[in-house]
Ligand binder design. Structure first.
Ligand code: BGC
Ligand code: BGC
Length: 803
């Protein structure tokens, strides 16, 4: 396979030379042919993709090639679509918008699903009909929690809530629904999943991350990739995924967006790159480079990170795209001119540039660099080859247009059902002093707080507009759906009165006095990216007063938090009877009512550590080095979450006590539901070790499984741990090392509650009980041992090459 690609690349090189020598078209003697059915080879879908790419490249001028590498936001071309043909644009995006240019951002007017399909077709028609080669556009959008920009689409919980489900199946199903809704508009590509690992909740993009643990993030990112891309990229209802932001964005100093991540190679690999590795392994068809700097060096200009690590070590073969205006951004950071920035980025391995406004500026810079020999045509062909390959795989040449009738699927009930399930699974019950579930015969319920009836707040940023919807910068109309209040009203018994006070403290106090229970829904207002960076995660004064005023009446009070990250609530906790974390649940706000009334038993768990104070940040479980967690004092620990039932871990077994460095071990855990009703438990397996040469966490999450248990039921869950899961990244050898030492497997329901443990060893010599060689014919054992060693030698080499 690798050989084949090399051969193709050499041929591409020859083709480029022909093009450079002035043989731009087919007539110049370049290697282009007609296929047997009279079509140009690149138009013949029976020809393998590689052949189509080569044929098409051979027909392209250098301007057309640079065009393929150019991505503009549609808001800058709408008044003049001829730019698509003039600049041979390879790609368009609808950025976050709106509130720019003519006020509509990058959405059609009106913002309804059918108009999105019409808009897509309008642009695509120019590319297909008005350019020499008719190469279709690839159109991208930030469908990061559903097809968020499209009014009427189903809005899923943001990733932090998806992380809290600990259910990759749900993530995959949700991504598949998103893919169906996005592709109904014609759009081909989502800038998702975010593979960033949030290490400091001050970061404004915390909610875009699946959590603080790279293993959890990797599993979820891979599930999202599978959901978006399905089995076949050319299917009607699949879209291209984009693993972003490569790399380190969640690990910047002080949680500053687009900041600097100070990371040694070990931390980089173990804590951040491993998530991208998982997404690449799952087949992610594109990767977006991060605005952040790694040890002071902008990722966009880092050949080591892009060409070296991403391509050569991880084996990523498809194309990379820049972040929004990142070359301008990085050039000004480095105090260099834009053209120099283009050269650095393209030579580092950047294939497509999200310009996103001025095609002329980007293209004239890149063309000049090619003329000057600063960027080789070979490099251009490589980039364009990858982009074209993806376009062929997406079936764009065969089916370039959207069918506007398909948009009827958007926002459908079956899609809403999937989002509701995801939202219910994402809720984390953090405190419950017997107040929940609410009694059926509750006469009066007070619902209070600014997030109770706010679709804008429950959806957060990247919804309709970049900064979300509602007020301020985000002047967009919130999407249709059910607010938390509406959900409670619909779910309450007919004889129950529901009172609602949004924020008037005195009114709320009065209402609380006549209510049997109060539900106070508070949290954050929408934001995106750096606009959400925060030094203070306390609730606003007004919200704190509201909670106190209500709780002081003595009426049982439950706080529901609608926020993209933990907030500082310890001082409020003692006053209230219940705390439910709803994250940013999206359009299906009835999820909260399902939990409050007990229709759904909460089973979500924290995908990050919840701080008591701002001073504790950054606070991550794997920074703990004390076996009794004396140095880890969160308000709620990583992996924590309550249920309406109780679970006991009644047994743990390992299938062996020693494994070889290429072996694996099976861990079985028995969990019993000892309560009165069915519920979900997330069984978590952590691994620690004794005697490592390097500094290691007390224990690290290695496996998990969300399981449903009936009342009284016992289930066993099995987890296979490979020896390579125990490896650390060795900076000296730049490879993963598996130490032959003692390991401890812990099983339980959260980081500090992993009650059961068992020890096993990793050894370099052959393990008697690991080979299963019993009962084999004599002599076979020796043969087997030799093969195992040989295979191991190959695997080990591959391992250090791959990783
Ligand atoms: C765009 C977003 C983009 C942001 C970057 C906004 O104007 O709409 O798509 O992410 O700018 O700063
Ligand atoms: C963000 C990306 C996003 C892009 C396009 C950037 O500002 O960092 O996450 O995909 O804009 O909207």
């Amino acid at each position: 396979m690798k050989m084949k690609i090399a051969a193709i690349m050499t041929l591409m090189g020859m083709v480029s030379m022909a093009a450079m020598a002035g043989f731009g078209g087919c007539g110049g003697g370049a290697v282009c042919t007609e296929s047997s059915n009279g079509l140009p080879v690149y138009r013949d879908s029976s020809v393998p993709v590689e052949g189509r790419v080569m044929d098409l490249l051979s027909r392209m001028t250098i301007e057309e090639k640079v065009g393929q590498m150019t991505q503009l936001d549609c808001r800058w071309i709408d008044s003049d679509t001829s730019q698509i043909a003039i600049y041979n644009l390879g790609s368009l995006l609808s950025g976050g918008g709106p509130a720019l240019m003519d006020g509509r951002g990058s959405s059609p007017i009106p913002n309804i699903p059918r108009e999105w399909a019409n808009m897509y077709n309008k642009y695509q028609k120019v590319a297909v009909e008005e350019t020499q080669l008719g190469i279709p556009l690839i159109y991208g959008i930030d469908a990061v929690h559903g097809c968020g920009n499209v009014w009427g689409a189903v809005i899923f919980p943001h990733n932090i809530g998806m992380g809290a489900t600990w259910d990759p199946g749900t993530v995959e199903r949700s991504a598949a629904v998103t893919a169906t809704e996005v592709s109904a508009t014609g759009i081909d590509w989502t800038f998702s999943p975010v593979c960033d690992v949030v290490r400091n909740e001050k970061w404004g993009r915390t909610y875009e991350s699946f959590g603080e643990d790279p293993y959890l993030c990797g599993i979820m990112a891979a599930a999202a990739v599978k959901g978006y891309q399905g089995e076949n990229l050319s299917s009607m209802d699949t879209i291209l995924a984009c693993a972003k932001h490569y790399v380190g964005s969640g690990g910047t100093e002080n949680g500053i967006d687009q900041g600097n991540a100070l990371l040694g190679d070990r931390e980089l690999w173990e804590g951040h790159l491993s998530v991208f590795d998982a997404a690449v392994d799952a087949g992610a068809g594109s990767v977006m480079i991060s605005y952040c700097k790694v040890n002071g060096a902008p990722s966009h200009f880092s050949r080591k990170l892009i060409d070296g690590t991403l391509r050569n070590k991880m084996g990523f073969e498809s194309f990379t795209v820049s972040d929004w205006a990142a070359i301008d951004n990085m050039a000004s950071y480095m105090k260099i001119d834009y053209k120099t920035g283009v050269g650095l980025a393209v030579n580092a391995g950047l294939d497509m540039v999200m310009v996103p406004d001025d095609a002329e500026k980007f293209q004239s810079s890149l063309l000049a660099l090619v003329r000057e020999g600063a960027v080789s045509v070979k490099r251009i062909d490589e980039a364009v080859g990858r982009i074209l390959k993806t376009k062929f795989e997406l079936g764009l040449f065969e089916n370039p247009y959207a069918d506007p009738d398909e948009t009827n699927k958007i926002g459908s009930q079956p899609h809403r059902d999937v989002a509701l399930q995801a939202a219910m699974e994402s809720l984390v019950l953090l405190k419950n002093e017997g107040v929940l579930p609410l009694h059926k015969d509750t006469k009066t319920i007070l619902v209070a707080g600014p997030s109770a009836n706010s679709m804008a707040n429950q959806c957060g940023g990247w919804t309709i507009g970049w900064q979300g919807c509602g007020t301020g910068q985000a002047q967009a109309l919130p999407p249709p759906g059910t607010t938390i209040l509406e959900g409670i009203m619909a779910r309450a018994m007919p004889q129950t009165a529901v009172l609602f006070v949004e924020s008037n403290t005195e009114l709320a106090r009065t209402a609380a006095k006549v209510s049997d229970v109060a539900i106070v829904v508070v949290g954050e207002t929408p934001y995106a990216e750096y606009c959400g960076d925060a030094e203070d995660l306390n609730l606003s004064q007004g919200q704190q007063e509201l909670i106190r005023a209500i709780a002081e009446t003595g009426t049982p009070t439950v706080v529901v938090l609608v926020a993209g990250r933990p907030m500082i609530v310890e001082h409020l906790l003692k006053d209230v009877d219940g705390l439910l974390m709803a994250w940013l649940p999206g359009s299906e706000g009835q999820c909260v009512a399902e939990v409050l009334f007990g229709g759904y038993n909460p089973g979500g768990k924290l995908p990050l550590s919840w701080p008591r104070t701002m001073k504790q940040l950054p606070l991550n479980y794997d920074e703990s080095r004390d076996e009794n967690w004396a140095d880890y004092d969160p308000l709620f620990q990583f992996g924590y979450g309550l249920s309406y039932t109780r679970f006991e871990y009644i047994g743990m077994a390992l299938d062996r006590t020693k494994i070889q460095t290429n072996g694996s071990i099976n861990i079985t855990v028995e969990v019993k539901n000892v309560g009165e009703r069915a519920g979900d438990e997330v069984a978590q397996i952590y691994i620690g070790c004794n005697g490592s040469k390097v500094d290691r966490p007390v224990m690290k999450l290695k496996r998990f499984k969300r399981i449903t248990l009936e009342a009284g039921e016992t289930k066993s869950a099995s987890f296979e741990i490979l020896a390579k899961d125990l490896a650390y990244y060795d900076m000296k050898t730049s490879s993963w090392e598996i130490e032959p030492i003692e390991y401890i497997a812990y099983a339980g329901s959260s980081f500090t509650d992993a009650r059961l443990n068992k020890t096993f060893g990793v050894v370099t010599e052959q393990v008697k009980d690991a080979g299963g060689s019993k009962g084999f014919i004599p002599g076979f054992e020796i043969w087997l041992a030799i093969s195992v060693i040989a295979i191991f030698a190959i695997i080990k080499r591959k391992w250090s090459v791959d990783k």
